[in-house]
Write a protein that binds this ligand. Structure first.
Ligand code: NAP
Ligand code: GDD
Length: 327
């Protein structure tokens, strides 16, 4: 019989790639979605008929317990969270409810329904914040710099704690930034590639950005969801850093994206001081040696391939948008 899985955050970037990946592995895929007055299922429209969606909310303990009891999954991937760092300063309490306490609610549901369910927690390199060493690995001290980062530290430690307290097969994947054509448009990579497409096609002239000196270790989301699954297939639960080991600045990202379509970014990019964060994570670069050694995981898409893939996808999306408006 095929294994059953529940993905929270299935409508998000990672949820959609993970659902595709698990369908290809022969899983019976279930997704948790929160109630909304309109359906935001764009990223999973192409697989909608092959997955089962259920309404529940990270804020509602009973809804999660009932869901787990009804589905009885073998594996749970907890990807749902308020994931945009700037919003976490505007809505710090809600961020704590979703991104921190939401993890405890998932783990409590497992504790109540079936201690044998394997659990993946979507932890983040934002936990390293004001980095204490470079590159960052599983033993690097956390120093989060945003309410989002603080909430993720809580989520990480409660996952470790439920593993140690109740023997749950719970893994925390400390993933560095990962992107794709399905990335939300407020994140810097997609904001840049979408703007490059619009500027190239004559629909926009300027792109306003914040800190061009920030550096990130950017990988491809499709590669990273594979690592999540690998963690849950091991004999023992553990925590893993997933990263490319390379870092690039926002300025390099911008140069790479604009030059790919033959444009000079300096004619189009302007700084908007409102986009500078109250506390910045200036640099991140991960050391995924443990994941390579234990899981046999390697990223397959390079930084340049990633940026070009995203620009190509946005050129196509914007062309389609223009054609649709013309009709
Ligand atoms: P994303 O695109 O923003 O997706 C977030 C998902 O969470 C969406 O499906 C959203 O549903 C859902 N969600 C939010 N609040 C919820 C609630 N109260 N109840 C139920 N569902 C809720 O994020 P992503 O990039 O795929 O990231 C997935 C996870 O990995 C997140 O936890 C993120 O913090 C973490 N992470 C991401 C990265 C990265 O670089 N992408 C790196 C490290 C860690 P709606 O569609 O209803 O909004
Ligand atoms: N979003 C955004 N918009 N970021 C900008 C801009 C801009 O206009 N200009 C410069 N940046 C800089 C930010 O200051 C930050 O240093 C960097 O670009 C990356 O910002 P984001 O793409 O918003 O991602 P993030 O690193 O803050 O957070 C993402 O990665 C985390 C893992 O490290 C999110 O996916 C988090 O959910 C994830 O945990």
């Amino acid at each position: 019989m095929s294994k059953r899985v529940l993905i929270t955050g299935i409508t998000g970037q990672d949820g959609s790639y993970l659902a595709e990946f698990l369908l290809a592995q022969g899983y019976d895929v279930h997704g948790m979605v929160r109630r909304s007055s309109t359906e935001g299922f764009d990223r999973i429209r192409h697989i909608r008929s092959r997955i089962t969606l259920h309404q529940a909310d990270l804020l509602d303990q009973l809804s999660i317990v009932r869901l787990l009891d009804a589905i009885r999954p073998d594996e749970v991937y907890n990807l749902a969270a308020m994931s945009f760092v700037p919003t976490s300063w505007e809505q710090p309490l809600l961020t704590g409810e979703f991104t921190a306490l939401g993890v405890t609610r998932m783990l409590e549901a497992i504790r109540q329904v079936d201690l044998g369910i394997r659990f993946y927690q979507a932890s983040s390199s934002e936990m390293f914040g004001a980095v204490r060493e470079e590159p960052q690995n599983e033993n690097t001290r956390f120093w989060p710099r945003s309410p989002y980062g603080v909430a993720k530290v809580y989520g990480h430690w409660i996952t470790v704690n439920y593993r140690e307290s109740f023997g749950i097969f719970a893994c925390s994947g400390i993933l560095f930034n990962h992107e794709s054509p399905r990335r939300g448009k407020e994140f810097v990579t997609r904001k840049v590639t979408d703007a490059v497409a619009r500027i190239k096609l004559g629909l926009q002239d300027k792109l306003y950005l914040g800190n061009l000196d920030a550096m990130r270790d950017w990988g491809f989301a499709g590669d990273y969801v594979r690592a999540m699954w690998m963690m849950l297939q091991q004999e023992k639960p553990d925590d893993y850093v997933i990263a490319t080991g390379e870092k690039h600045s926002v300025r390099e990202l911008v140069e790479t994206a604009f030059s790919y379509v033959g444009m000079d970014w300096r004619h189009h990019v302007e700084i908007d001081p409102k986009l500078i964060r109250p506390a910045e994570v200036c640099t991140l670069r991960g050391d995924a040696a443990k994941a390579r050694r234990v899981l046999g995981w390697h990223p397959q898409v390079s930084f340049t391939q990633l940026v070009q893939m995203m620009v190509d996808a946005d050129l196509e999306a914007v062309r389609r948008e223009v054609a649709d408006t013309a009709h």
